[in-house]
Design a binder for this molecule. Sequence first.
Ligand code: IMP
Ligand code: MG
Length: 187
Amino acid sequence: MNEVQDKIVGPNYRLLLSEQQIRARIIEMAAEISGLYRHDVPILIGVLNGAFIFLADLIRYINIDCEIDFLRISSYGDQKGSSGHIKVLKPLSADIRGRHVVVVEDIIDSGLSAKFLIKMLSAFEPASLRLAAFLQKKSGHDPDIRIDFVGFKIGKKYVVGYGLDEEQKKRNLRAVYVVEHLQSTIN
Ligand code: IMP
Ligand code: MG
C-alpha cells in the first residue's frame, strides 16, 4: 500500500484487489468494449457516486470514440443494506434514444439498483443497452439481470475503495479492501 493512504486503512481493512490487479482487469474490459462497439460511438453512463473512478479509468483504455454521462440514484443512504426504495437524485442529461448505451455500475449486490436502471433507461428506447459492473457480489442477485461486463466476482463482504464507500468515505482508496467489521446485510 502506498504511504499516502496508510493512515486511512486501519487493521479492519483487508486488501482484496490491488491497484495492479484492478488495472490489468480494466484494460481487458476496455478491450472487450472497444471491440464490441468498434462500429459505433457508445455512451457510457456512470452511476454516481460509486462508479466515477471505474468509469474514469475504463474510458482511458477504450480506444474507440465514446461519450459519457452520469446519473445518480439512491437506495442505500448511509446504511449497509438495500432498502429497495430507489429514487433518481440526478437524471440523465444525454438523449439516449437510438444510442448504444453501457450502464457503468460500481458493484451489483442484490441487483435491485441495476434492475431499476435498466427498466428506466429502456423507456428511452436506446439501440442497445448493456450493463458493466466493476464488482459483482455472489449474493444470488436477481436472475433477470444480465451483467454483460464484470470486473471481478467477489464474496458477500462489504468492500470499500476505488470509488466504493463506507458512509461516504474511503472512496479515494486506490485498491479494494474488505471491511472486516461490517457484514453485507443482504442474504
Ligand atoms: P444492489 O441494488 O443491492 O445491487 O446494490 C447496489 C449498490 O449498493 C451499489 O451500486 C453500491 O452503491 C452499494 N453497495 C452494495 N454493496 C456495497 C459494498 O460492499 N460496498 C459499497 N457499496 C456497496
Ligand atoms: Mg451504486
